[in-house]
Design a protein around this ligand. Structure first.
Ligand SMILES: [Zn+2]
Length: 100
């Protein structure tokens, strides 16, 4: 038998089963569902999959921003105003992506 997930409405963990009427209910908020549907969370599952996908893309963007930051001096060289401007933009993009 699968472990029952917490309540999708209040997060309560005391989930009771009424086998005679095929019902699970939350002892905290009284949310109820058929036994076979209690652990079904398609929206939550889709959101988790999307978060994993976006975390992967974020990691790629951080890596790209790091490379952009590193390459600005190599490409522009010297102490030009353009170099400082490009490096500042690259640094800002990197910090935003890293949540800093
Ligand atoms: Zn609940």
């Amino acid at each position: 038998m699968n472990t029952l997930k917490s309540c999708p409405f209040c997060g309560g963990t005391k989930i009771c089963t009424e086998p005679g009427i095929n019902l699970n209910y939350c002892d905290n908020c009284s949310a109820e569902s058929n036994v076979e549907h209690w652990n079904t969370r398609p929206i939550e599952d889709n959101l988790i999959a999307r978060i994993v996908e976006l975390e992967g893309k974020l990691a790629e963007l951080i890596e790209a921003a790091d490379k952009m930051y590193d390459v600005t001096e190599y490409i522009l060289g010297g102490d030009t105003a353009e170099m400082f401007y490009c490096r500042e933009i690259a640094e800002e993009a990197r910090d935003v992506l890293k949540g800093e």
